[in-house]
Ligand binder design. Structure first.
Ligand code: NIG
Ligand code: FE
Length: 408
């Protein structure tokens, strides 16, 4: 009977090599079920039929894009805090004054599950128009058992609702809820003794994250959360060293974290530890831009110590209301001086690794899940070149067409 789908006359940026795009010119890609079963030069294609053969007219194909760090499910918005910041207030000052994350906690607790789903689905639909096939979604605006569960249930429901792969992360240690003011250790007790066990019992999270920062939790409190996560069999991630050097990179490495994210203020020692541990660095240019930060993430040290670098939107209402992963790629180039090839790896191969999906997602390779994007571009660097616009011409999600407009 043959393959289910055969794509021919395309140029593949496979991202299957440690550096560069892994280009195959005049390529063909065969898909069976949800997997890529053959990829190579069209001239080398084995003689085998396919139920559907589609000529892509020389278009480029990349792995599906992966947004590996988002806070997509939340109530309300915080445009008035944006206005306050434009008048001179800082993100930390707003947080200390009772706004910031805690104001989104109020709105998220007040919202019904159905309301949260509608709002998050609209954001996800926008991200998906640019070829997003996998997204990570964190909790962290519930901050009690009932509302963390509510957020994560909505995140889980978005996968089937939108035909996208969703990985969920419990970020109960995101901020101190108002009812625990002055009692951070008591809140960490609640996280460890009640929230995480309840989440794990219902299989609502694939990983556990924490915000280690002056305005959030100390390294010791974070370590308690990580110990609990480990005992529940859940991998960890960390919002590390975003506003100050809290030793977050080294802490994440010590726990074998999947990723340490933000890391603007991380020391070289911490970066070296991440390299040793294989912890992925997730850089978030949207938050850097939107908070008008000055401290650049330590790109040279990351490269020197062989740390894989992923890029994400950090989509959230406070520090990065970003709904375009392609724009984040541009910002990673213009603000962080990453190369276009590094940024494409950052939203494919390395983003997959940041989610523990490196053996199945993020590359065009036989045996990998057939998540593919077809682009109207002349070269892959165009993906991080345009400011706005959308060259996506088609998406295949797990072997099935999700969208296509291939008229030439
Ligand atoms: O990744 N740093 C902490 N958490 C988010 C911001 C969340 C918010 O401000 O609502 C971040 O930047
Ligand atoms: Fe974040």
């Amino acid at each position: 009977m043959g393959w289910d789908l055969l794509l021919t006359d395309c140029r593949a940026a496979t991202m299957a090599e440690a550096e560069g795009y892994g280009v195959i010119e005049d390529a063909a890609i065969a898909i069976e079920g949800d997997r890529i079963v053959w990829i190579g030069k069209r001239a080398d294609l084995p003689k085998q039929g396919a139920k559907e053969t589609v000529s892509l007219g020389g278009r480029w194909v990349t792995p599906g894009l992966i947004d590996c760090h988002t806070h997509l499910v939340f109530g309300g918005e915080r445009a008035s805090e944006f206005e306050q910041r434009l008048k001179g207030a800082s993100y930390e000052e707003i947080a200390k004054g009772g706004g910031g994350i805690v104001s989104t906690v109020r709105a998220t607790r007040a919202a019904s599950e159905a309301e949260l789903l509608v709002a998050a689905k609209a954001r996800l639909d926008t991200l998906m128009t640019e070829g997003l096939t996998t997204i990570e979604i964190k909790s962290g605006y519930g901050l009690n058992v009932e509302n963390e569960r509510k957020q994560l249930r909505v995140a889980r429901a978005l996968g089937p609702a939108c035909a996208v792969t969703v990985k969920t992360t419990c970020l109960a240690a995101h901020a101190l809820p108002p009812e625990f003011a002055g009692k951070p250790d008591a809140y960490i007790d609640l996280v460890c003794n009640e929230i995480l066990p309840a989440i794990a019992a219902d299989d609502l999270a694939d990983a556990v994250d924490a915000f280690s920062e002056r305005i959030a939790f100390t390294a010791e409190q974070t370590a308690r959360v990580f110990d609990k996560a480990k005992s529940l069999g859940l991998p960890v991630k960390l919002h590390a060293d975003q506003l100050s050097d809290m030793g977050g990179a080294a802490l994440a490495a010590r726990y074998g974290a999947l990723s340490a994210d933000h890391i603007e203020y991380s020391s070289e020692q911490g970066i070296a530890a991440m390299g040793e541990a294989g912890t992925v660095a997730v850089v978030l240019p949207g938050a850097f831009f939107f908070l008008r930060e000055k401290q650049l993430p330590p790109l040279d040290a990351l490269r020197k110590h062989g740390v894989r670098i992923a890029i994400s939107t950090d989509c959230n209402p406070g520090s990065s209301p970003a709904l375009s992963l392609l724009l984040m790629m541009n910002m990673a180039c213009t603000l962080f001086r990453m190369t276009p090839a590094e940024t494409l790896a950052g939203v494919t191969r390395h983003a997959a690794a940041a989610l523990g999906l490196g053996a199945t997602h993020g590359q065009l390779r036989a045996g990998y899940v057939a998540d593919l994007v077809i682009w109207n571009i002349g070269q892959p660097a165009e993906l991080s070149y345009w400011l706005g616009g959308n060259p996506c011409a088609g998406v295949i999600q797990a072997g099935r067409w999700r969208s296509r407009s291939l008229a030439s």
